[in-house]
Ligand binder design. Structure first.
Ligand code: PSU
Ligand code: MN
Length: 300
């Protein structure tokens, strides 16, 4: 895989200064316009304010871009028909220099690892879908996190998923899930899922020590940060809306890669924008925590 690492990111890595990777599927497919572009820019600002260098990851010109420039971020946010690139799509999109691609958590983790970026902030990871026993729909995110030495800072797994099975699968893959200031696995828009985590930290320094130990093993981990209380949805509202969105998707025959973006959009409509507000708030929070962890990691 050819990497195109921006000069700023290259210099930061060479000097062992903190760097935080950001994904691009959330820009292209996870948030509506124009909030997506505003949020993408704001996340970069938050990472900088936290003393780290942001590295938005995407595909362009047949290469994996680490540190997308402002023009590429704008294209990802505003153009139609940007490919959603998970692991199965990396080679086909890279082989066609005319295409640009938005990378999912799975693809972003692989590229970040190659570039030597160990900390990555996103919204929520993919996981085991609610009817996976029938559809076999399990996000490639889980296996990618297990295989690559990258720490994924997120608000847990998206509420649209089967969270108990997602946690079980992470355990099977040997991925540590560390609650950040919580003993409970966050449920993306909702602060608590009722699922207890085996590990917890309360500050960035302790998190960084675990990240160091895990990436030294050549493997990844999840740092799970609850969404900010003032923007989070209540558990009962979350559950009811998700159940409706999931059954609507099934009725309309939406499946595969299109399912996650469909559900996120449906939830936005059903919650009258409250899920969107929560999504943006948790993305900001995760960028802030990721910058703090990257800083501590650089200081170890
Ligand atoms: N979290 C969000 N918004 C998103 C996603 C996650 O808040 O758009 C994206 C991520 O890129 C994640 C992907 O990797 O959805 C998972 O898709 P799938 O279930 O098809 O693997
Ligand atoms: Mn899937």
């Amino acid at each position: 895989m050819k990497l195109a690492v921006s000069r700023e990111v290259r210099e930061a890595l060479a000097a062992r200064r903190p760097v935080v990777a950001l994904e691009s599927t959330v820009i292209a497919h996870g948030l509506p316009r124009p909030v997506n572009l505003e949020t993408a820019r704001e996340l970069e600002r938050i990472v900088r304010a936290g003393g780290a260098t942001p590295a938005t990851i995407a595909l362009a010109d047949g290469r994996a871009v680490v540190g997308a420039d402002s023009a590429l971020v704008e294209r990802l946010a505003m153009e139609d028909e940007i490919a959603k690139v998970s692991l199965r799509d990396l080679a086909p999109v890279l082989a066609d220099p005319k295409r640009i691609g938005a990378t999912t958590v799975a693809a972003t983790v692989e590229i970040a690892a190659r570039a030597g970026v160990a900390v990555f902030a996103t919204g929520g990871i993919g996981g085991v879908h609610r009817d996976a026993e029938r559809t076999f729909d399990v996000s490639a995110d889980l296996g990618a996190i297990a295989r690559h030495p990258v720490c994924v800072v997120c608000a847990g797994a998206k509420l649209i998923l089967d969270l108990p099975r997602t946690l079980e699968h992470l355990e099977t893959l040997g991925v540590p899930v560390i609650g950040y200031g919580t003993d409970d696995f966050p449920a993306f828009y909702v602060r608590e899922s009722g699922l207890r985590l085996a590990h917890r930290v309360d500050d960035a320094e302790r998190a960084a020590r675990i990240v160091r130990a895990q990436v030294d093993r050549g493997a990844g981990l999840v740092i799970a940060v609850p969404p900010p209380a003032d923007a989070a949805l209540a558990a009962d509202e979350g559950d009811a809306t998700v159940a409706r969105a999931v059954s609507e998707a099934a009725r309309e025959g939406v499946a595969g890669a299109a399912l996650t973006p469909y559900l996120l959009r449906a939830l936005g409509t059903m919650s009258e924008g409250r899920s969107l507000r929560a999504n943006v708030a948790l993305l900001r929070r995760n960028a802030e925590v990721a910058a703090a962890i990257a800083r501590e990691l650089a200081a170890l």
